[in-house]
Design a protein around this ligand. Sequence first.
Ligand SMILES: C[S@@+](CC[C@H](N)C(=O)[O-])C[C@H]1O[C@@H](n2cnc3c(N)ncnc32)[C@H](O)[C@@H]1O
Length: 251
Amino acid sequence: MDAAMPDEIIVPDWESYRMDFQHPHVQLEAPEREVAIVDAVLRELVVRGILPHTRYDHDRFLHHRDAVARDFEIPWTAITPRQQRLMYAINAIARPRRMLAAGVFCGFTFISNAGAGVGPGSCYEAEALVGVEIRPEEAERAERNVRRIDPTGVARIVAADAVDVAAEWAGDLDLLYLDADGDAARGKAIYLDILRACERSLVSGGLVLAHNSVNCAERLAPYLDWVRDSANMRASVNVIIDDQGLEVSQR
Ligand SMILES: C[S@@+](CC[C@H](N)C(=O)[O-])C[C@H]1O[C@@H](n2cnc3c(N)ncnc32)[C@H](O)[C@@H]1O
């Protein structure tokens, strides 16, 4: 992909589709519309060869969504219901056995990915789904939240710097989810450091999902340039379903 012309999947109402960060479980549109929008994105990801098909179990997703709404303590989040469904669906379809999520805060973003592999929305057998959070008190809260819906320990939270965990990752990595906001100097630019640190582990066909590809595009410019360069990633597309965005890239 030419870095000057980024590939995009845009939903027309992305700017007006807004959530209240303090009330993440409020539905913002008719369920059929949310399903249709996510299905349309999945079809576009199939066209680009990023996903093999668009099928995921909608009832299992709703079991997952209900369990998270009931059991998770979430002080705030910018993960919209569309984004939650999209992350779950991508994971349900791609079925990463080994997943690393960087910068998970209270765990909501993490479980939106990992919920396809553990808990009441689980639809495949995962091996290790690891969330990393640098602030110990948030890592503890995230771990408490995750344990409530996954008693197995397949999904777990580590209190650490995601760059270090990525660098020390042993074995294959099937999916990397990026959401860390770094320190004052780097901010979200830390995404590229995390990706480069575990690049060697990312399997061919492995996915990298990067939240905030729209509202943090400026800070993420070096990261976006890198994943959009076909010398580095086979494909990369900016999925604009809300005002946050998700860059979906494939090794
Ligand atoms: C802003 S939150 C992500 C919130 C998420 N987008 C949502 O809407 O729910 C980013 C998290 O990354 C964490 N973080 C920042 N730098 C990190 C690093 N180097 N390693 C791991 N976590 C990090 C922060 O402590 C914070 O909890």
